[in-house]
Design a protein around this ligand. Structure first.
Ligand code: NAP
Length: 196
């Protein structure tokens, strides 16, 4: 049984993430995909509270048989690192050869700054998704032991970004059809992105 971990801030989750997840699932023969929203990492800009990002991820994935959402990083009291998340999944019985960690290209390019990153390729296959029109430069600078474990998926329709959705919502330009309907309602009714 192959397991994919979709790691991201998901502020908010949008159709680009869902398309990336589905493309990875189909191309890599992944049986189940677990979305893992980050906790509230200290290194990031001010982000929406983890509970709101978790709720939106649940709403976006509800009813899809192969998808689930994990609180593993949200509930971790101490600073959260991908290596700890991977170790916990391995401890639960998943073999490293059956574990895939999927995230965006920008994030993947920063992997050499992640905590204990040298051990990450021993625990999973890395998968990165990119949007059209964005240069792929940078991959070649990653160490060989990372590149050897890196798979790459192109998402032709992935022209949506969370940043753009936050800006559109703040400016009242509408986000319909960029995020699932229930996520749109959640954002609007909680006025998530109304303040600067
Ligand atoms: P992010 O801000 O969520 O995303 C960075 C870029 O990747 C954005 O362009 C984003 O698009 C895209 N993206 C994010 N998640 C994606 C996904 N699952 N599929 C496709 N594209 C995705 O990045 P982040 O907060 O740095 O974290 C990404 C992952 O890396 C998380 O799982 C995080 O825990 C891990 N990470 C770990 C460490 C560590 O261990 N020390 C450090 C940094 C990151 P949108 O803006 O449209 O979402």
């Amino acid at each position: 049984m192959k397991t994919g971990i979709m790691g991201g801030t998901f502020d908010p989750i949008h159709y680009g993430h869902l398309l990336a997840a589905e493309e990875a699932r189909i191309n890599l023969g992944i049986d189940r995909l677990i979305f893992v929203p980050t906790g509230d990492p200290a290194y990031k800009r001010k982000i929406t509270p983890a509970e709101d990002r978790y709720a939106m991820t649940l709403l976006a994935t509800a009813g899809v048989l192969e998808y689930s959402v994990s609180r593993i990083e949200i509930d971790r009291k101490e600073e959260t690192h991908t290596i700890d998340t991977l170790r916990e999944f391995i401890k639960s019985g998943i073999k490293p050869e059956d574990l895939y960690f999927i995230t965006g290209l920008d994030a993947m390019l920063s992997i050499t700054s992640w905590f204990d990153y040298k051990k990450i390729p021993d625990l999973c296959t890395l998968v990165t998704a990119r949007r059209p029109g964005y240069p792929v430069s940078g991959i070649e600078t990653l160490p060989d032991f990372i590149k050897d474990k890196l798979k790459y998926i192109e998402i032709p329709q992935f022209a949506i970004s969370s940043t753009e959705i936050r800006e559109r919502s703040r400016d009242g330009r509408g986000i319909r059809f960029l995020v699932p309907h229930l996520v749109e309602i959640y954002i609007e009714s909680n006025k998530l992105y109304k303040s600067k």
